[in-house]
Write a protein that binds this ligand. Structure first.
Ligand code: G3H
Ligand code: 13P
Ligand code: ZN
Length: 309
C-alpha cells in the first residue's frame, strides 16, 4: 500500500457520480480518525495539508503520520498540498513525497495564474505528481471575508477551456458560492449550479474541486454552544447541495471546518461533563471519535464514496 495520485480516484468518481473527501490534517488524532473511517468503509480518501498545518505540525511529522496511517489501515491514499501559495511550496511538497499539490494563484490575473500554474504543472508532471489549480475567488483564506456573495468572485466559465488547455492542470477548483470557515452564508445557502454545469459542459470529463464545502454540522455547532462555546450564526453547505455537486462534475470535496467543529464539540463535552479530567487522552479520545463519526457520515451519506476503494 502506498501514497497514490488522484488520477484513478477522480476518473472512477466522475464516472460513478460520487466525490472523494479531501480532509485537512493537523495532528495524529485527526489523521487516525479520517483514515480509520475511510478504511472501515472501504473508501478512497485524500489527506490534505495546508501551509498552516505545516507550520503547526511540521512537514516531517505530517509525512510520517500519513505513512503511519497507510501502514496501520492498509489502504492507499493521496497526500495533497492545500492552497499552495507559490511555486516554492509546491516544489518542496513534490520533492518530499506528496502525490498531489494545489497551486492557488487565483488572486492573480488570468494570464499570471496560467503562467504560475503551468510552471508547477511542468515540474510536478515530470515527477509523477498531479496538480489542482483554482479559478475564481473563494473567500476566507488570506482575508477576513467569509461570505462569497459578490458576482466578481464566481468562476467565469468563459475562462476554463483556455486555462486548462494552456496549463495542462489535472483538476480545477471553481468558485460557485462556497467559502472557507464556519460562516458561509448570511441568508439562505445558495450555490451557482448553473456555473458548475456550464464549466463541465466546456470541460467534459474533467474533475472539478469544491473548496469551502463543510456543512458546519448544526448538531456540532449546537453542542459547542451548549458546552460554553460561542458560534452564533455559523452556517455551512447543506448536505443535499453537496450530494448534487458530487453527482455532477465535482470529484473532490474539501472539508476542514467540520473536523475542527467535531474535535471542539468532543473536547468541550468532556471538559464540561467531567471537570476533573486532565489527562489529554481522556478528551482527545472522545474528540477523535467525533471526527471519525463525522467523516464516516460524509463518506456514506454525502460523498457516496463508501465501497469504492
Ligand atoms: O482552506 C483552508 C483550510 O481550512 C486550511 O486552513 O490554513 O487554517 O490550516 P488553515
Ligand atoms: P471548509 O472551511 O468549508 O471546511 O473548507 C476547507 C477547504 O476548502 C480546504 O481547502
Ligand atoms: Zn480551500
Amino acid at each position: 500500500m502506498a501514497l497514490v495520485t488522484t488520477t484513478e480516484m477522480f476518473k472512477k468518481a466522475y464516472e460513478g457520480g460520487y466525490a472523494i473527501g479531501a480532509f485537512n490534517i493537523n495532528n495524529m488524532e485527526i489523521v487516525q480518525a479520517i483514515t480509520e473511517a475511510a478504511s472501515e468503509l472501504r473508501s478512497p480518501v485524500i489527506l490534505q495539508v495546508s501551509a498552516g498545518a505545516r507550520k503547526y505540525a511540521k512537514p516531517a511529522y505530517l509525512m510520517a503520520l500519513a505513512d503511519a496511517a497507510i501502514k496501520d489501515t492498509g489502504i492507499d491514499m493521496a497526500l495533497h498540498l492545500d492552497h499552495g501559495a507559490d511555486f516554492e511550496i509546491c516544489k518542496s511538497c513534490i520533492d518530499n513525497g506528496f502525490t498531489s499539490v494545489m497551486i492557488d494563484a487565483s488572486k492573480y490575473s488570468l494570464e499570471e495564474n496560467i503562467e504560475i500554474t503551468k510552471k508547477v504543472v511542468d515540474y510536478a508532471h515530470e515527477r509523477g505528481v498531479v496538480v489542482e489549480a483554482e479559478l475564481g475567488k473563494l473567500a476566507g483564506i488570506e482575508d477576513d471575508v467569509h461570505v462569497a456573495d459578490d458576482d466578481a468572485m464566481y468562476t467565469d466559465p468563459n475562462d476554463v477551456e483556455e486555462f486548462v488547455t494552456k496549463t495542462n492542470v489535472d483538476s480545477l477548483a471553481i468558485a460557485i458560492g462556497t467559502s472557507h470557515g464556519a460562516y458561509k452564508f448570511k441568508g439562505e445557502p445558495r450555490l451557482r449550479f448553473d456555473i458548475l454545469e456550464e464549466v463541465s459542459r466546456r470541460l467534459p470529463g474533467f474533475p472539478i474541486v469544491l473548496h469551502g464545502a463543510s456543512s458546519v454540522v448544526p448538531e456540532l455547532v449546537d453542542e459547542i454552544n451548549a458546552c460554553g462555546g460561542n458560534l452564533p450564526g455559523a452556517k455551512g453547505v447543506p448536505e443535499e447541495m453537496l450530494r448534487k455537486a458530487a453527482s455532477m462534475a465535482v470529484c473532490k470535496i474539501n472539508i476542514d471546518s467540520d473536523i475542527r467543529l467535531a474535535m471542539t464539540a468532543g473536547i468541550r463535552r468532556v471538559l464540561k461533563e467531567k471537570p476533573e479530567v486532565f489527562d489529554p487522552r481522556g478528551y482527545l479520545t472522545v474528540a477523535r471519535d467525533e471526527v471519525k463519526k463525522m467523516v464516516a457520515h460524509k463518506i456514506e451519506y454525502v460523498l457516496g464514496s463508501a465501497g469504492k476503494l
